[in-house]
Design a protein around this ligand. Structure first.
Ligand SMILES: [Zn+2]
Length: 165
């Protein structure tokens, strides 16, 4: 008699199976990200996840793109240009306020949305480097294509399907 080994647990990266959001959130998201065009717009994403790995976006928290503004370093030590047209930076005070607000409502920040006013809705190498791991990255292109990505602990990005209900 022998005992079969248990199923492998925690081997691979845990990527959400999909992102759920409603039409109201989608409208707020598009308006927020497009309002500052041709600069990159950004927003915090408040919501939660269910046991089956589905992420739910409940609230879009519009945020200021602080890139290059007072108190924010103009460069992160790489060769990217300092323009807000192709960079974004969140305000840490805004993030804290959103975190507090979310926690009081038994929710959390599940990720960050930003726009690529001239590019594809695909994470740049800077996005991969600067993003918060184990969070969702929503990117809106100039052609109004919205795509979701999961940034793993290994800083690899993986696509997440979006479902609007
Ligand atoms: Zn980007």
């Amino acid at each position: 008699m022998f005992i079969q080994s248990a199923e492998r647990i925690g081997g691979g990266p845990i990527v959400p199976s999909k992102l759920l959001l409603n039409g109201r959130c989608l409208t707020v998201l598009l308006r927020t990200l497009e309002a500052v065009w041709p600069e990159e717009g950004c927003a915090l994403l408040v919501g939660g996840s269910s046991a089956d790995g589905i992420l739910r976006l409940n609230q879009v928290w519009p945020a200021c793109n602080r890139w290059g503004r007072e108190g924010i370093p103009a460069s992160w030590g790489d060769s990217d240009s300092g323009a807000r047209n192709n960079n974004f930076c969140l305000d840490s005070r805004e993030q804290l306020a959103a975190q507090r607000w979310s926690r009081q409502r038994q929710q959390r920040i599940i990720g960050v949305a930003h726009s690529h006013p001239t590019g594809e809705p695909v994470p740049s190498s800077a996005d991969q480097r600067r993003g918060e791991p184990k969070q969702l990255m929503l990117i809106l292109s100039a052609q109004r294509q919205l795509r979701a990505w999961w940034l793993g602990e290994d800083r690899e990005v993986r696509p997440v399907p979006i479902d609007v209900d």
